[in-house]
Design a protein around this ligand. Structure first.
Ligand SMILES: NC(=O)c1ccc[n+]([C@@H]2O[C@H](COP(=O)([O-])OP(=O)(O)OC[C@H]3O[C@@H](n4cnc5c(N)ncnc54)[C@H](O)[C@@H]3O)[C@@H](O)[C@H]2O)c1
Ligand SMILES: [Zn+2]
Ligand SMILES: [Zn+2]
Length: 424
């Protein structure tokens, strides 16, 4: 058992003077005691999606103790990503509900199951939707981050009911992409958990669990943007903005930001975009507009929308001979089309999951880059809300308003209010 406190998203061990105040502040719930529930079922709050296209419901759920190779995590903060909305509103719903969504969070290890040696109670961690077992042929091959051992190997959206540790009202709840961060506690296999610097602010670095690594890595690892090159990024949600940041980090000299919502351009500038195109203002195909701006097309393009039409447009916006286009946006609903001549002419078309990062290695490195001020995270965050407001965050995101929403999942109401107050 040990004690900790949270200050402005940072998880800090309690000093002896703090411990003195614990007795006072425990009343006001400014601290929590860990480890006492080891081996027991924990009852806690979670946002449950009972069925598609309906608001989430805050329910009391039961979280079973971690089994072999599993880790139970107390979530502190989580972002809301478009992929959560995709599952709720667009995806193929068969068998995907009831589910606890959320997959970009950060928290603290509450307890570990048998066989877990690399993690212990009190570690600060980021659960990962993409595992890295470090043993399979994909993990061993530096060319891929597609670990074949995680839940993702045989399912597209959520863990199998047998692997989920959640129940509510006698019903098994599914764990979305193996994580389920819209819950005060979750259980994740140890091959899908990144241990991170304990000094990292969890309400910022939680974003590295998905969108920011996805966009940044797509530019840096997958497209391998080169210094002095020209780039185009289609879609300026969090993923696209992170791709802009990746292009800038890699030294691109011209970064064209494309979005149908011009409100996004100002933020894209913050991350390094140099030129802005709103397809709604143009009568020509965007690939022609970009070709005119860049003497025949960009060196690198990144699709961060999830639309097969935009994927084609991004490919056609690349220069012939050596242009590289990376698909980042997510869809599994329709086929795409392109003329073979586009590839015969020397363009390369690629896709990337989680920005090509091997997850357990890459996420702690990205946390370090943030701590060293080499990558931005704070600038992505426009709203901070308690978990109870998850439906407001989803509504805002659905309407294309702003970028990233951080939900404080932390169980203690008083502290949540304190944190919430702090940010406004
Ligand atoms: N490949 C992966 O590993 C991975 C991981 C996370 C997210 N994703 C996917 O990345 C995509 C982006 O995620 P997000 O959270 O940034 O989404 P988002 O909804 O916040 O942003 C999408 C942006 O695209 C813009 N847009 C829509 N139609 C457009 C068009 N025709 N042309 C140009 N811009 C257009 C929107 O205005 C919006 O700004 C989603 O499809 C998501 O599912 C993929
Ligand atoms: Zn593996
Ligand atoms: Zn995501």
């Amino acid at each position: 058992m040990f004690d900790f406190k949270i200050e402005k998203g940072l998880v800090l061990p309690l000093s002896s003077s703090d411990l003195k105040s614990v007795k006072l502040s425990r009343q006001s719930c400014a601290t929590a005691t860990f480890g006492k529930d080891q081996g027991l079922v924990i009852k806690c709050k979670a946002a449950v999606a009972w069925e598609p296209n309906k608001p989430l419901v805050i329910e009391e759920i039961e979280v079973a103790p971690p089994q072999a190779n599993e880790i139970r995590i107390k979530m502190v903060a989580t972002g809301v990503c478009h992929t959560d909305l995709y599952h709720l509103f667009e995806g193929m719903h068969e068998g995907g509900f009831p589910v606890v969504l959320g997959h970009e969070g950060a928290g603290i290890v509450e307890s570990v199951g048998p066989g877990v040696t690399e993690y212990q109670t009190g570690d600060t961690v980021i659960p990962l939707f993409l595992s890295q077992c470090k043993e399979c042929r994909f993990c061993k091959n530096p060319k891929s981050n597609h670990c074949e051992k995680g839940w993702i190997a045989d399912r597209q959206g959520e863990m199998s009911p047998a692997e989920s540790r959640f129940t509510c009202k006698g019903k098994k709840l599914l764990q979305f992409v193996g994580t389920s961060t819209f819950s005060e506690y979750t259980v994740v296999n140890q091959m899908a958990v990144a241990k991170i610097d304990p000094a990292a602010p969890l309400d910022k670095v939680c974003l590295l669990g998905c969108g920011i690594c996805t966009g940044f890595g797509a530019a840096v690892n997958v497209a391998q943007v080169e210094p002095g090159s020209t780039c185009a990024v289609f879609g300026l949600g969090a993923v696209g903005l992170a791709a802009v940041m990746g292009c800038h980090f890699a030294g691109a000299k011209k970064i064209i930001a494309v979005d149908i919502n011009p409100e996004k351009f100002e933020m894209a500038k913050v991350f390094g975009a140099t030129d802005f195109v709103n397809p709604k203002d143009r009568s020509k195909p965007i690939s022609e507009v970009i070709a005119e701006m860049t003497n025949g097309g960009v060196d690198f393009s990144l699709e961060c929308v999830g639309s097969v039409g935009v994927m084609r447009s991004a490919l056609e916006s690349c220069v012939k001979g050596w242009g590289v286009s990376v698909i980042v946006g997510w869809t599994d609903l329709c086929d795409f089309a392109a003329r073979p001549i586009q590839l015969i002419a020397g363009r390369t078309w690629k896709g990337a999951l989680f920005g090509g990062f091997k997850s357990r290695d890459g996420v702690p490195q990205m946390v370090q880059s943030y701590m060293d001020k080499k990558v931005k995270l704070d600038e992505f965050i426009t709203h901070n809300m308690p978990l109870a407001q998850v439906n407001d965050a989803i509504e805002l995101m659905k309407n294309g308003k702003w970028y990233i929403y951080i939900l404080y999942v932390y169980i203690i109401e008083d502290l949540q209010t304190e944190l919430y107050k702090d940010k406004h």
